[in-house]
Write a protein that binds this ligand. Structure first.
Ligand code: PNS
Length: 207
């Protein structure tokens, strides 16, 4: 079955729609310019995030790395620190910019006229949570598409949470985060690691 595109997002020349479906989705035709958002906490940005940003920058006209302002969370890096790191790390990509948002991701996407949400899937374990989020976002805003991309295999186990944990306990995170992030982590955590080591090495001290 072929249908004409009637979506307001389609350009003037109607294109044949090849999507066949019982719920007859609106044919979007060719978009003029696709802006995608890549939302997240980025506490801290990892090489996996950067890998995804690079991949996203190649398929979207504009990619906005959208840093969530979440007052409930107690992040290791402040919003400003994360923003500055992300800006420096993405400066080489002409079509990538960094912004912050609060509230619903779908509302932020609508505000900046983004038509896609980029999210990374590292392993099957990510899939369930990501699927839930994607479907909830679709329920809230059916026009917004979620696009999943896979980071390079060597980053498939890398998460901000694990990076924070390993760094806090004095382990090496070389190769898992950009060098700048490694340095910022060291600056932030060195006093705490030294304190912990001193506490452990004190004779007679336990726990
Ligand atoms: O890096 P994270 O912590 O996995 O990112 C999660 C994020 C920011 C994408 C998600 O928590 C989010 O979208 N928060 C904004 C509030 C919202 O829209 N919630 C409903 C999502 S279905």
């Amino acid at each position: 079955m072929r249908s004409e595109c009637r979506s307001p997002l389609a350009i003037a020349i109607p294109l044949p729609c090849r999507i066949e479906s019982s719920f007859a989705p609106p044919c979007r035709g060719r978009l003029k310019k696709v802006t995608a958002i890549y939302p997240g906490s980025f506490d801290p940005p990892t090489n996996g995030h950067l890998d995804l940003i690079e991949r996203g920058s190649k398929i979207f006209d504009e990619l906005v790395v959208a840093l969530l302002r979440n007052p409930e969370k107690d992040p290791l890096f402040s919003l400003g620190e994360r923003r500055r790191m992300l800006e420096a790390l993405t400066s080489e990509f002409a079509n990538v910019r960094v912004d912050t948002f609060d509230g619903l991701t779908v509302d932020y996407a609508a505000k900046i006229k983004a038509s896609a949400v980029l999210r990374g899937i590292r392993a099957l374990s990510d899939y369930e949570y990501e699927l839930q989020m994607a479907l909830m976002n679709r329920k809230l805003q059916p026009q917004l598409e979620t696009v999943f991309m896979m980071p390079a295999e060597q980053y498939s186990y890398v998460s901000s949470r694990l990076v924070r944990e390993v760094a806090k306990l004095g382990g090496s995170i070389a190769g898992l985060v950009p060098q700048m992030v490694e340095e910022r982590l060291r600056e932030k955590l060195e006093p705490a690691v030294k304190l912990e080591n001193a506490r452990k090495s004190k004779p007679g001290k336990r726990g």
